[in-house]
Design a protein around this ligand. Structure first.
Ligand SMILES: [Zn+2]
Length: 179
């Protein structure tokens, strides 16, 4: 993988901006907070795609919440050069309940594999899948765990790009694959 100093500087700046947005949101709203972003953003996932994925996630969350009677109390979208995230607070005080809803959405469809729905609790810590006893997420290309493939650089950038585009175009135009 190539290493571009200017690119990594922008990424750092954007990471700082995201942390800043999160801090401000946390100061104005009570925990737990839901943070919706898209996975594989640095692997050719364009902002227009990120927007599509996040809108799908929001739609799914709203539907699930309305069934359970959970109300969204605050909602904000933040957009930067290399990020597109949504923050949400609700009247549900149980982070594990929200995390289970989030993971259910992530697992329900192929497009869910591109979503990252995090639940942030006290001290701005994110609830890991381990706490909720759910298996780590699988790679979108092979059958291994996603973190392992990223760590070992198992796939080329172009492979991620192709997989992402296929998942999105299937969701938009093709047969929706849902469990
Ligand atoms: Zn893989």
């Amino acid at each position: 993988m190539s290493f571009d100093i200017s690119e990594s500087k922008n990424n750092l700046e954007d990471k700082f901006k995201v942390a800043n947005h999160l801090n401000i949101f946390l100061r104005r709203n009570s925990v737990p907070i839901i943070m919706i972003s898209s996975r594989y953003l640095k692997y050719g996932l364009r902002t227009s795609n990120a927007r599509y994925i996040i809108n799908c996630a929001i739609e799914a969350i709203e539907l699930d919440f309305s069934r359970r009677g959970i109300k969204i109390s605050s909602f904000k979208i933040y957009e930067g050069q290399s990020y597109y995230i949504a923050l949400m607070s609700t009247d549900c005080m149980y982070p594990t309940v929200l995390k289970k809803i989030a993971m259910n959405i992530e697992h329900r469809s192929r497009i869910g594999s591109l979503m990252d729905i995090d639940v942030i609790d006290i001290d701005a810590t994110s609830l890991t899948r381990r706490i909720c006893e759910i298996e780590p997420r699988k790679c979108i290309i092979c059958d291994d765990y996603a973190t392992e493939c990223l760590r070992h650089l198992s796939h080329k950038e172009i492979e991620y790009e192709d997989a992402i585009n296929e998942i999105i175009s299937n969701d938009k135009f093709g047969n929706k694959i849902s469990a």
